[in-house]
Design a protein around this ligand. Sequence first.
Ligand code: HEC
Length: 166
Amino acid sequence: MKRIIMMSFFGLMLYACNNGQTDKSTDDANKIDMNDRGNEKIPTPGGDPAEYDPNRGAGKFTHVDIGNKLDVAMAAGGEKIYGVKCSGCHKVTDEKLVGPGWLGVTTRYKPEWIMNFITNTNEMLDKDPKAQAQLQICLVRMPNQSLADNDARQLLEFMRKNDGVK
Ligand code: HEC
């Protein structure tokens, strides 16, 4: 019995170490990649280009599972939140109010980007080139909306509905 426990302990250790190593080697790979571009520096507003993924944005969402079909109940929940927290600044057409109109927003950005932007607005405005471009047009910094993850997911579904997903 003792032996089995020891073995599983080592198994875990190995696993943990491998994990660390995988992360490190991708890090190194990134570095090598950067060097391959020679000494040419690509200026990126707000930080290290190797760290920031403009498709995903900055925040906790790395992959959002959206199906092909609309989740009608979630979209309805999202519409309610929109009415309370977002409609003061966003129209659902392509017209700007305080912020950009939402029409087409789900085709302009990946689901992860949208979820990260609306839950981690401040950091995204500091780092994301597209968000910063909108800030220059709108001249108002979108305040953090303190949305729960589930609120954010429902809002995304409402945006999808608004963009014609059925
Ligand atoms: C006080 C006004 C205000 C409120 C309230 C607000 N926003 Fe914004 N939003 C903005 C502005 C302004 C921008 C453009 C970026 C900037 O200037 O900060 C923006 C940008 C966005 C974008 C990116 C749109 C694009 O096309 O680039 C999304 C998505 C978004 N807001 C979602 C939301 C959601 C969801 C809510 C409600 C929970 C909300 N916003 C509430 C002002 C607001």
